[in-house]
Design a protein. Structure first.
Length: 341
């Protein structure tokens, strides 16, 4: 959003901005063989003032899949996939209320580990067992959210209604972040997060008996000059009504980001995820990544992800459960070019 271009400005202060991302990646992640793929995002945001303290706001952001022939003839590959689609009210110092497929306040927590261009978010991965629209725990349909900041405290809470495809009975979440300025010793920004979703009992056959998802996490970022360090711990549990054992994920993530200068940034991280009672997926990922900025709006990425975990197994189908499109035991590399506007 920092690079958004204003495409309309009305006399009443109304504004419409457009922004996006275009990129090309080369990796052996998915098959073990070298492959190239395009990825892009396109978004539009708007604001319409009602009075001095109240404005209508909205945003729609879509993932743009490759336009190559192979994807055009693949029936399951939609050309556009909604990432965020919401509308709401900005009440200035009284906070914001948004509804739709929002950017959940839980992202204050998940962003501690989500610093790489080359890896996927693992924390809260089981949210989809209750709500298939929850591609990530911080992004799901039918959410009504309130956000505000009080000095150094950032606060978010939401009620998750769901829609006619989500099979939800109810859901809610909350997140808190406090930024402590320690002067020459840097800044510390601890975060806590919680979410619970529950499926309608009448649709448990469609959720394979999954009844509820409970998620909690605690973590922090530490800033000192050009260095940022992060750590998070999360735990989530899926309970079942059909006699299956609870499926519990425990997830630890360590991250480090260092801006060498205005052009170069290096990142490193380690992730350990272990599932008990469910698919028994285990992730032991070590990531090294370097970014070179060609311009303020374009970068080249290079990464190596060392994996030493093991795939899980779906208890219902017996099929192997991998993560992020590749085996939890297979290392891979990633080269990418990204332009943002």
């Amino acid at each position: 959003m920092t690079q958004a271009a204003e495409v309309y400005k009305g006399k009443d202060g109304s504004a419409v901005d457009i922004y996006g991302r275009l990129g090309f990646n080369i990796s052996d992640k998915k098959t073990g063989d070298v492959q190239g793929d395009f990825d892009g995002r396109l978004g539009v945001s708007g604001r319409q003032p009602v009075n001095d303290t109240l404005s209508l706001i909205g945003l729609a952001q879509y993932q743009v899949n490759s336009a190559e022939y192979a994807n055009n003839v693949e029936g399951e590959n939609d050309s556009l996939t909604a990432r965020y689609v919401w509308a709401g009210l900005d009440m200035a110092e009284y906070g914001k209320i948004t509804g739709g497929r929002v950017s959940s306040g839980l992202i204050m927590f998940t962003d501690i580990g989500d610093v790489f261009a080359s890896s996927d978010v693992s924390t809260g991965r089981q949210a989809r067992h209750i709500d298939p629209t929850a591609v990530q725990v911080f992004r799901q349909d039918g959410t009504v959210q309130y956000q505000n900041s009080f000095g150094q405290l950032d606060f978010s809470t939401a009620y998750i209604i769901g829609n006619n495809t989500s099979d939800l009975d109810y859901g809610y979440n909350a997140a808190l972040r406090y930024t402590l300025d320690m002067g020459d010793a840097g800044k510390l920004a601890p975060v806590i997060a919680f979410q619970k979703t529950r499926a309608e009992l009448s649709v448990n056959s469609r959720t394979n008996g999954a009844e509820s998802f409970t998620y909690g996490g605690i973590g922090t970022r530490y800033y000192l000059g050009s260095l940022m360090l992060g750590y998070l711990y999360s735990q989530d549990t899926v309970t079942y009504s059909n006699g299956n054992a609870d499926s519990k994920d425990k997830n630890h993530e360590f991250t480090a980001v260092y801006d060498i200068n205005s052009d170069w940034t290096v990142r490193a991280g380690y992730r350990y995820l272990n599932n008990q009672g469910g698919d028994k997926l285990e992730l032991r990922d070590t990531t090294f990544e370097a970014q070179y900025r060609l311009t303020p709006r374009s970068s080249v990425y290079s990464a190596w992800i060392l994996r030493n975990g093991h795939d899980g197994q779906n208890l219902l189908t017996g099929r192997s459960v991998s993560f992020g499109g590749s085996s939890a035991a297979e290392s891979f590399y990633h080269l990418g070019l990204r332009y943002e506007f």
